[in-house]
Design a protein around this ligand. Structure first.
Ligand code: SF4
Ligand code: MSK
Length: 639
């Protein structure tokens, strides 16, 4: 990578310090380890003991005769299965928690959003009218659990997709039966000597991904809302500047909402506050990181210390007393790094341990007890601070927490909740369309650079942007979730945002909450006026800085749901032209959506805007407008 490793001044400042002090981070490791180009493009197979077989140059097949397209498709399909397993296991944990709460097994836990529970019950066909909340919750939990284990039939939430979309899936034979069944079948089909036709393998990858998007992930979102509350907009702040030198800093990192919710509950307890003061601290400062951070941010306004590439940097400030992690996107390097400081790295999930970290297992029943113990360990660590504390002073104000329910409410008002104003403004051309800009950080791309570029270009071109995951945090750190940023928006988008009272970029939650985007897209179709399927909508998905298997699974479920999805960075399928064609041309014909890997961020944005124009043309609503390219001068003039 040439140039600055990050677009974020906070990151650059900490990295400068790290360089002086000889601390190694993911940025240096990425420089040192050059990716193998064969594996990078999906052309290395290590599925059996006769390999690994690297298909390159004259070598066109593996020892077993597997062709390039089979090897590349199999590798991609396995990544999608892993991503779906991660998101769906998150959903399963919440279904089991809801069941336990409904049975009264966790006395301190209540249903936070009864209205959402009854709405979900109705969607699932669970009678809710006049029944006690616990009974409804128990039945909703059972239905959700059934979705994981069902062997025949269809996933419950398939019915939430537009009718036409459901028919597309049925015709292609990709309606998921049970979430676990599809993942398990994908692993079976990709073993040596089983499914050996790229197109067939990739159809199952779509089925697996739909099982997550319309199953595991959507359940995770809904059940989190029921258990912890449906988000609505609230102010907060993001970036390393939310750490406080004089406070006990506890960072919650990973993906699940249970621990931050428990920490919020115990944080203000007088004994804990007194213990912190007795240790010489001004108080206890709870902050988030990555997607656990997003969960805490959008429901409780807990500030976010940063996204994926900030996790080591937070420890390097010398201010983190405890970093508490659960599952997914946690760097193993944190363990060795924390040891160089006073920081306690604490793993909490029964599914995930890290050698060198302390383990304090979180269970639903003991959540508050564990939360107190974590704070006490952080206070003990605060007393042991030995490194100089150097917190970069950068942080930005933001508004987070736009659930699809809230978007409908803010557009239509309390009594006339409706997506019509959004549809109307797309039809009348004030808005070119809607884009979801989502995904990770990747140290092979300057941190946040491609995501921020894409967001700024899209809003300048009157595209309303919704964002999740680490891209949402990137937007927050750089001020793009501040409604004042309307100055960067094109005139049509600005007008709409001013009328509704929102900013041009809406934070929709963590990476599992991409399911909220599916719900919004289905609602736009149901509103009428923009065609009869998701594939008709002027909507597009962008993932400029992907790194996780989960990102590939998300991209696959959006493409399978009819959306054009564009990824930045490297292509994991570049090793086979046939696979590239299947995921673009063939999926376009079969699903009305495509998954395309486009390295250059400028091309990524151009393709996104072209897609929106093409969709508008097909709907007969395109008014040809000159594409606006905003440089810094014109942005200042806009202000
Ligand atoms: Fe090689 Fe075939 Fe085994 Fe893959 S499955 S490692 S291509 S022999
Ligand atoms: S944490 S999956 S780096 S978004 Fe959800 Fe961020 Fe990507 Fe992990």
């Amino acid at each position: 990578m040439s140039g600055a490793p990050s677009s974020d001044p906070a990151a650059r400042e900490v990295l400068e310090q790290a360089k002086k002090r000889g601390w190694v981070t993911i940025f240096q490791r990425a420089e040192q380890i050059k990716p193998c180009p064969i594996g990078q493009g999906g052309g290395c197979c290590r599925i059996c003991g006769m390999g690994p077989c690297r298909l390159v140059g004259e070598v066109q097949t593996g020892v077993c005769g597997a062709t390039e397209s089979t090897v590349v498709a199999r590798n991609f399909a396995r990544m999608v299965a892993a991503g779906a397993a991660a998101h769906s296991d998150h959903g399963r944990a919440l279904a089991l928690l809801l069941q336990a709460v409904a049975r009264g097994e966790i006395p301190h836990h209540r249903i936070a959003d009864e209205r959402k529970l009854r709405w979900v019950a109705e969607l699932m066909g669970v009678p809710a009218e006049g029944r006690p909340v616990e009974q409804v919750a128990a039945e909703v939990a059972s239905r959700a659990i059934e979705d994981f284990t069902r062997q025949r039939g269809e996933l419950t939430y398939i019915s939430r997709a537009p009718k036409k979309r459901q028919e597309v899936w049925r015709a292609a034979g990709v309606v998921p039966r049970g979430i676990d069944r599809e993942i398990s079948e994908m692993l079976h089909r990709t073993t040596i000597g089983t499914d050996q036709e790229a197109e067939h393998l990739l159809d199952q990858a779509v089925r697996v991904a739909l099982g997550s998007g319309w199953g595991g992930s959507m359940l995770a979102t809904d059940l989190s809302d029921i258990l912890f509350g449906t988000p609505s907009p609230l102010p907060a702040e993001a970036n390393l500047g939310v750490l406080r030198a004089e406070a006990v800093n506890v960072v919650v990192h990973g993906h699940e909402p249970l621990l931050p919710e428990a920490l919020v509950q115990v944080l203000a307890e007088p004994e804990l506050q007194a213990e912190a003061r007795a240790a010489g601290a001004e108080g206890i400062n709870l902050v988030g990181m990555c997607c656990t951070g997003n969960e805490a941010l959008m429901r409780r306004g807990i500030p976010s210390a940063g996204n994926f590439l900030h996790q080591e940097l937070a420890i390097l400030t010398g201010a983190v007393d405890a970093m508490v992690v659960d599952v997914q996107c946690i760097l193993e390097a944190l363990a060795a790094l924390a040891k160089q400081f006073h920081t306690r790295l604490i793993t909490t999930s029964p599914k995930a341990r890290i050698t060198g970290a302390e383990h304090l297992e979180l269970s639903e029943e003991r959540a508050l007890e564990v939360a107190r113990e974590i704070i006490r360990r952080a206070i003990a660590a605060y007393r042991e601070r030995r490194e100089e504390v150097a917190i970069p002073p950068h942080k930005a104000a933001l508004i987070a927490g736009f659930s699809h329910e809230y978007i409908e409410y803010m557009l239509g008002g309390r009594y006339r909740r409706s997506f019509w104003p959004l549809v109307d403004n797309i039809i009348n051309g004030r808005l070119l369309g809607v884009a979801a800009v989502v995904g990770c950080n990747n140290p092979r791309i300057p941190q946040d650079s491609s995501s921020l570029y894409a967001i700024k270009e899209l809003i300048a071109n009157n595209v309303l942007v919704v964002t999740t995951g680490c891209t949402a945090v990137a937007a927050g750190k750089h001020g793009l979730l501040d409604p004042a940023m309307l100055e960067l928006a094109g005139p049509g988008l600005r007008e709409v945002c001013e009328a509704v009272g929102i900013g041009p970029v809406l934070h929709l939650g963590s990476c599992v909450d991409n399911s909220r985007v599916l719900t919004v897209l289905s609602a736009l179709v149901a509103t009428g006026g923009l065609g009869s399927d998701i594939s008709d909508l002027p909507a597009v998905g962008l993932c400029p800085e992907w790194m996780s298997e989960k990102a590939l699974e998300i991209g696959t479920y959006f493409a399978g749901s009819g959306a054009t999805v564009l990824f930045g960075g490297v292509s994991p399928v570049s090793g086979s032209r046939a696979v590239v064609e299947i995921m673009t041309e063939c999926w376009q014909a079969r699903y009305g959506g495509r998954l395309e890997f486009v390295g250059d961020p400028a091309v990524l944005v151009s393709k996104a805007i072209e897609t929106l124009h093409r969709k508008r043309q097909a709907l007969g609503i395109d008014v040809q407008r000159q594409r606006v390219l905003f440089d810094m001068d014109s942005r200042r003039q806009l202000a």
